[in-house]
Design a protein around this ligand. Structure first.
Ligand code: OAD
Length: 230
């Protein structure tokens, strides 16, 4: 079976009602990254950080996967698919995708303040001050913050380096190291980009851009890839 990698970002969940980070109405217009998404913020004002992510978690609880997530799941009918997402929501899971790598963590999980491997599932419950991990430290969201290492990058790079097609969707490609993963795409593999505002993609030989929302553009990619892979 041919191998497809879908590299997704906040835009794929926009039509499910979840805010993106950049652009008009984006989360980073209402919040300063440094105050809610860094280890320094956690040191300085953990309550503010918890409040920010508690709000995000409640929004995820009330959101549903959209046609874009479902199209990604549909690719499994004719290819071996890995979703590499920068999103911390669980909408790819809820759409039924089988293999998902969360580069920046998952909002329904919490972890120890000191040990990134001490992770637990918290579902849609709020995290409060005083809630402790097994090692006795305060539980924090299992989110990769700015300034922290992104542990799955080597694995993601390996998977992309072996794929037959890459689909990039809903990401502005402004955050590294995630954005740098494109460099690992084999030169003969096509790269589809589905976005309402196509981001800058370093020159690739087989670049196909579809300037549409995920709910419309991703089903089109499914059609094209189904045809070329079967
Ligand atoms: P951004 O907010 O930077 O980019 C969202 C992208 O989605 C933009 O290219 C939009 O044009 C596009 N978009 C919006 N609505 C869309 C739709 N309906 N269909 C398709 N595309 C649409 O989000 P990310 O690139 O995911 O990290 O941001 C990357 C990282 O920066 C996040 O994981 C987060 C953030 O700070 C951390 O918090 C560590």
């Amino acid at each position: 079976m041919k191998k497809i990698v879908v590299l997704s970002g906040a835009g794929i969940s926009a039509e499910s009602g979840l805010k993106t980070f950049r652009g008009d109405g984006g989360l980073w217009n209402g919040y300063r990254v440094q105050e809610v998404a860094t280890p320094e913020a956690w040191q300085k004002d953990p309550q503010m950080v918890l409040d920010f992510y508690n709000m995000r978690r409640r929004e995820v609880a009330n959101a549903e996967p959209n046609k874009g997530h479902l199209a990604v799941k549909e690719m499994e009918e004719f290819a071996d698919v890995t979703v590499i997402t920068q999103n911390v929501d669980n909408l790819h899971e809820r759409a039924g995708s089988s293999r998902i790598l969360h580069l920046h963590g998952l909002i329904t999980r919490a972890r120890s303040s000191v040990n990134p491997d001490l992770v637990q599932d918290i579902g849609y419950n709020d995290l409060e001050m005083g809630m402790k991990a097994e090692d006795g430290t305060q539980l924090r969201p299992d989110i990769v913050w700015f300034g922290e290492p992104v542990p799955f990058i080597p694995e993601a790079a390996r998977i992309i380096s072996r794929c037959d097609a890459l689909v990039i969707t809903g990401t502005s490609l402004q955050v590294y190291p995630a954005a740098g993963l494109i460099d690992y795409l084999p030169s003969n593999a096509p790269c589809y980009v589905v976005d309402i505002d196509i981001p800058y993609v370093p020159s690739l030989i087989h670049l196909i851009t579809i300037e549409k929302p995920g709910s419309i553009g991703l089903p089109e990619v499914v059609k094209q890839l189904r045809k070329s892979f079967s």
